[in-house]
Design a protein around this ligand. Structure first.
Ligand code: GLU
Length: 424
């Protein structure tokens, strides 16, 4: 098969190419044929919309919105919506493809999609965000649908945006359609356990990996980068396992305490402090780079993409990296981490707990019957454990790392459905 020339080591890779460079390695290992390779490489649908929104001062601003449906072989498109200034088509394309692999790795009947709006949600009022979300939903009302493409929260969005999206979509269709979106507030058909689901999956896969590496949680330490939904809940749940959280961080900087940080206390502090850890006194302030290279057992990058690359991978001292964020490790770091014997539980496995419980939410909406939190967690934990074991066994079989193994599991599944479904 023909694969793209491997990327040179560089620190600012295009996210889609960064994803594809791993895809290419996995595709080559399983001997994927050229036709399937080309089909899986190309996103099924890419939509760009311009959204005129009346701002509070009466002026009209035009925002750029995106939705990419990468693949629908396994089921309807599924994936979050990101509100951030650096959103662009390339990033959304990469994130949509990651969703295709992620849903396949955890074996749920969805394809992959992703959306985003180039905006700075922190500088916008609630009214402006509502109008923007409704404009986006209206512009994409033919793309979205419970059987077509189902959005969810991602960076910069949460339950409130999902409630507006569901409301706007339902008004356009003329009937209530809760299953069009997941991550909704509980009273509007959200699932118990969805808010914690991604962090919980990070904890469950971290535990599975620690078991394999024979790291005893009771005597181990972790550093968690990012203190949004994924970072804070991952830190809190890792601490419940006896793991000492020695460092946390957010946009205001990183915070270190060798005797351990009380995560709930830090969460309460951030909640009272405009969602920021700025000024947190129960820890010493360190730089983000220092957090990444601390002498800990477990490192959880749960902030932005492209945090670990050739420039710092050689200085990472953790034995295990569990990727809470999407794409925190650049392709340029992969070989260095392998050579240093660091196990990486890749994003498409480690943070798949969120979309797993999104699937449960969609199932509950369609049944009109709601599960207990205990049932949601039990099923999500089982899904994550099974996915970890499958990827681990695949890594052994192909003598490769966990990331490439996860891609192998995903590509094989999606490629098989491609053959069964056929084409024109
Ligand atoms: N945005 C989350 C992710 O990247 C959740 C997606 C979903 O639940 O559809 O996995």
């Amino acid at each position: 098969m023909t694969v793209a020339t491997p990327l040179p080591i560089m620190e600012h890779t295009n996210p889609f190419e960064s994803m594809m460079s791993r895809f290419d390695i996995a595709a080559k290992m399983i001997g994927l044929d050229d036709d399937t390779y080309n089909m899986l490489r190309s996103p099924a649908k890419q939509v760009i919309v311009n959204l005129p929104v009346t701002m509070d001062n009466g002026s009209i601003r035009v925002f750029e919105g995106f939705r990419v449906v990468h693949n629908i072989n396994l089921g309807p498109g599924k994936g979050g919506i990101r509100y951030a200034m650096d959103v662009d088509l390339n990033e959304v394309k990469a994130l949509a493809a990651w969703m295709t692999w992620k849903t396949a790795v955890v074996n749920i009947p969805f394809g992959g999609a992703k959306g985003g709006i180039k905006c700075d949600p922190r500088s916008m009022s609630k009214g402006e965000l509502e109008r923007l979300t409704r404009a986006y939903t209206s512009a994409l009302s033919d793309v979205f649908g419970p059987e077509k493409d189902i959005p969810a929260p991602d960076m910069g969005t949460g339950q409130q945006e999902m409630a507006w999206l569901m409301d706007e979509f339902s008004k356009i269709k003329g009937y209530s359609s809760p299953a069009v979106v997941t991550g909704k507030p509980l009273v509007l058909g959200g699932s118990k356990g969805r808010v914690e689901a991604t962090g919980r999956g990070v904890m469950v896969t971290a535990r599975s990996a620690m078991n394999r590496l024979k790291i005893n949680p009771q005597t181990s330490t972790a550093a968690v980068q990012g203190f949004g939904n994924v970072g804070s809940i991952s830190a809190k749940l890792l601490a419940t396992q006896g793991i000492k959280i020695v460092a946390i961080s957010d946009v205001s900087g990183a915070y270190y305490n060798s005797s351990g940080i009380d995560v709930q206390d830090a969460m309460n502090y951030a909640e009272m402090n405009n969602r920021s850890l700025e000024g947190y006194v129960h820890a010493e302030k360190i730089s983000n780079e220092e957090l990444l290279t601390l002498d800990v057992d477990v490192l959880v990058p749960a902030a932005l993409q492209d945090q670990i690359g050739a420039h710092n991978a050689g200085r990472i001292r953790a034995k295990l990296i569990v990727e809470g964020a999407n794409g925190p490790t650049m392709a340029s770091a992969d070989d260095i981490l392998d050579e240093n014997g660091i196990m990486v539980v890749p994003d498409i496995l480690a943070n798949a707990g969120g979309v797993t419980v999104s699937y449960f939410e969609w199932v509950q909406n369609r049944l009109g019957y709601y599960w207990t939190e205990e049932r949601v967690n039990r099923r999500a934990d089982r899904t994550m454990k099974e996915a970890f074991d499958t990827v681990y066994q695949t890594a052994q079989k192909y003598q490769t790392n966990m990331r490439i193994a996860a891609y192998i599991v995903a590509i094989e599944k999606v490629a098989n459905t491609q053959k069964l479904r056929g084409g024109f």
